[in-house]
Design a protein around this ligand. Structure first.
Ligand code: ADP
Ligand code: MG
Ligand code: ZN
Length: 471
């Protein structure tokens, strides 16, 4: 049998970061006591009328613009009918033929992955199984989602994971999604099939439902590829079915098959008007678009960062903005700022959704880095001062002064201590002059020790070398 290649397409449900639900004024706050954020509209009472949330429409369009979609100027809501306890109306309001965003693409490393659409829909409520009971929390019912559907253009589990990370970062950067996977703000269904390498047609796909971490998506796809290879390798056929990822066995398990495939009886929702958008409105949102992660990454590479640095600092929009703010306020090179932030600061940054808690303001860090850059303090001292800034909230200059950490830069004073060290170690001086120039480290070390670390090591080394030259 010829070699098989994976074909993967992802459907992401990203919660739009609105204050209220898609068709009513109930709050979307996560973690509220069950059934406290509900009303006749999101509970599906007969006769209750939905009113579209303008902020949700704006966020959906901004996502569409960031993803290069065609923005529908007259998109429409449709009813998707099915029966389930978490769906009180008996239908979900979604979009079928006229989605708000069509087409588009996402660059993932060297590849460009096409998108089919990114449409608006309301979330279902959440059922919770407790013993023999099922309880339903309707707080989540009616929360706005953007469903972003990729074309089947991903070719490996690792690529699927990279796509998800990049998509999440883009949506967070434009403030459309809080990126919180644990809270279910960003969920993924993964579709996967195999086909012989070189084949133009697709094999039968399996859909893996709601995998809630990037790593699990990769693991689930790897496990599913292995399973389908066994099925096809033994002459069998892959069933069109929905499976779920079982973490304990590290396998995908069947949930429901084709025979259960629903007929959703989509039709336009008669209670909702078409979403009409003017060109002026769409262009105003396009103009307000912040710099996107890919452009920022390129800008940072041009500024001297490595691909790794740019990846680490760009992981969260708040760390990215912080790095840019420190660079703008400091004379230090971007690369050195990046090094200091990565080694000393990142560990102190806590993120919560789109928010981040920073240990010290960007200006305060810039003040410290400028002291380091001007050799007023050396690297060890900068780390110490940074720790004190975090603990005490005082400025770098004040702390350097209080702790007596400024380097000795007075040439005369340094020269005097170098002379003292050379006089105290005539044997080592003789060795140096016989060619053991590595001894320079010893002399510098002695002077640094005598100065309690305050002498500028570069100056010490230069002066020691000069004094050690044969007379
Ligand atoms: P549905 O509405 O049944 O979920 P869609 O046409 O919206 O079907 O496709 C869902 C996802 O499945 C898309 O992301 C698409 O790229 C992917 N997909 C479609 N066909 C295949 C296939 N043969 N193998 C893998 N993924 C596929
Ligand atoms: Mg679908
Ligand atoms: Zn409501």
């Amino acid at each position: 049998m010829s070699a098989l290649e994976p074909v993967i397409g992802l459907e992401v449900h990203a919660q739009l970061a609105t204050r209220t639900k898609l068709f009513c004024g109930c709050e979307t706050r996560y973690g509220a006591p069950p059934n406290t954020q509900v009303c006749p509209i999101c509970l599906g009472y007969p006769g209750a009328l939905p009113v579209p949330n303008e902020q949700a429409i704006e966020l959906a369009v901004r996502a569409g613009l960031a993803l290069g979609c065609t923005i529908g100027r007259a998109s429409r809501f449709d009813r998707k009918s099915y029966f389930y306890p978490d769906l009180p109306k008996g239908y979900q309001i979604s979009q079928l033929d006229l989605p708000i965003n069509e087409g588009g693409e996402l660059r993932v490393g060297e590849r460009v992955i096409g998108l089919e659409r990114a449409h608006l829909e309301e979330d279902a409520a959440k059922s919770q199984h407790v013993g023999s009971q099922t309880r339903v929390d309707f707080n989540r019912g009616g929360v706005p989602l953007l469903e972003i559907v990729s074309k089947p253009e991903l070719r490996s589990p690792a690529e699927a994971e990279a796509y998800l990370r990049e998509l999440r970062l883009v949506l967070m950067t434009i403030g459309v999604n809080d990126g919180n996977l644990e809270e279910g703000s960003f969920r993924c269904d993964a579709n996967i099939s195999l086909r012989p390498v070189g084949s133009e047609t697709f094999g039968t796909r399996v859909e893996i439902k709601n995998v809630n971490s990037f790593r699990f998506v990769r693991l689930a796809l790897e496990a599913e590829i292995a399973r389908q290879k066994v099925v096809l390798g033994s002459g069998g056929t892959v069933e069109r079915e929905t499976r779920s990822w079982d973490e304990s066995s590290q396998k995908t398990v069947a949930m429901r098959g084709k025979e259960a495939a629903a007929d959703y009886r989509y039709f336009p929702d008669p209670d909702l008007p078409a979403i009409a958008l003017t060109d002026a409105q769409v262009e105003a949102w396009r103009d307000a678009m912040p710099e996107l992660p890919a452009a920022r990454h390129r800008r940072w590479l041009d500024a001297g960062l490595t691909d790794y640095d740019a990846g680490v600092l760009g992981q969260h929009p708040a760390t990215a903005a912080y790095f840019d703010a420190v660079c703008a306020a400091s004379a230090m090179s971007a690369k050195k700022v990046a090094n200091f932030i990565q080694s000393e600061v990142l560990g102190h940054i806590a993120t919560d959704g789109l928010d981040a808690t920073l240990p010290v303001p960007a200006d305060a860090l810039a003040e410290l880095l400028d002291l380091l850059d001007a050799d007023t303090i050396h690297g060890q001292a900068a780390k110490k001062v940074f720790g004190l800034m975090v603990e005490e909230g005082l400025g770098a200059k004040a702390l350097v002064q209080r702790e007596g950490l400024a380097q000795e830069t007075d040439e005369g004073a340094i020269e005097a201590s170098v002379r003292a060290v050379l006089e105290a170690h005539p044997d080592q001086v003789a060795q140096y002059r016989e060619g053991k120039t590595k001894m320079i480290g010893f002399f510098v070390g002695q002077v640094m020790k005598a100065s309690k670390g305050k002498a500028n090591p570069k100056a010490v080394k230069a002066i020691a070398e000069r004094l050690l030259e044969p007379n």
